[in-house]
Design a protein around this ligand. Sequence first.
Ligand code: AMP
Ligand code: MG
Length: 411
Amino acid sequence: MVPFTTELISLEKAKAEMLGQLRPLRDHLSVLLEDAVGFITALVITSPINVPSFDNSAMDGYAVRLSDLQSNQPLKVAGKACAGTPFISDWPIGSVVRIMTGAPVPTGCNAVVIQENALEVEGGVLINAPVQPGQNIRRIGEDIACGQPVLAAGVRLGAAKLPLLASLGITEVKVLRKLRVAIFSTGNELQEVGQPLEDGQIYDINRFAISLMLHKLGCKVIDLGIIKDDKHAILYACEEADRQADIVISTGGMSVGETDFTKILLEELGLITFWKLAIKPGKPFAFGRFANSWFCGLPGNPVSAVVTFYQLVQPLITALTGQSVSPFPPRLRARATVRLKKSPDYLEFQRGIMKRGTDGEIQVRSTGHQGSHIFSSFTAANCFIVLERSRGIVEPGEWVDIEPFNALLEE
Ligand code: AMP
Ligand code: MG
């Protein structure tokens, strides 16, 4: 582990250091498909069937045998095949079968002629367009072959993935058990959301915001509440959290004020690294290992807590659950429409509002006051404006990087 240093550490370095130490979770269990939303696949899932499971028609028309199309006599209609009702009678030479989309093609059929290319005449139909072998037939297994992998391990199951498994007749999946994350806030000034505020008190937003995001990430949240700025209380909370969780998250008390015990205490616990991250907001951040769990100490200011959760804890959770973490979060280039204040030395995550201009160009403006206590800056925003460390003030018209909020903040 990188020793404590007063040097400002880049976000990339901190992230690489953090992720380099992890061993992904292994314990898994079987869950019914309908209970599997939010879980992560533990193993590769292969298809137990072919999809489609039989050759079927892609169009409404006539099933034909190419060998019957040599003469230009009308072809009798021997019967009908509909989706769910196959044609199972004998199929006499020199005839066709009326067929509907999704119906199994009769044995021996090697093309389907669309009805627009078949003329109904006395005694049958006349095919009046060239016919290619195999045309308009969806072949067995052409979408997914039996035994083919359909989902990798480490894939989060949601509305885009689960219906595919359902379509394969899969009713149970092996998933990783949910990551258990314990969370507590520190601060004598904090009050539970929903209780009346007394003099000098503020509501504990951090625990509320972080719990929401943890649920979104499919974690089981162990809420240890608000802990007073008291060394013993914080020590007890850490021990309790470590007994129950895979990850322990605290917020507040990471600075150097008189009541900032978390940092002092964690230094005593030994296996914790503090980073002064070269990011704004979100400078003081601690990461390390307790006996059973990983520890993340987030700054107290709500904006800083959410930014560090988003930029550091989110990839940690992703990696621990075996999902791949891209070292390059999706970013876009956008033109700043307003002046953006920026001091050098820090990578800044300003909250921005992006939109596409009438000329098709993506434009972005800041949400205004960027203080790390101004949580409303998140509420109006739909992206981070990411300003690199070396950058100074941005003038209107300059290009900047933006990171659109993912589902963690957007829904
Ligand atoms: P700290 O890091 O504990 O010094 O806190 C920095 C600032 O964030 C102070 O103004 C705290 O009152 C505020 N703060 C700390 N924790 C929370 C929280 N859970 N919810 C809202 N504000 C907080
Ligand atoms: Mg505090």
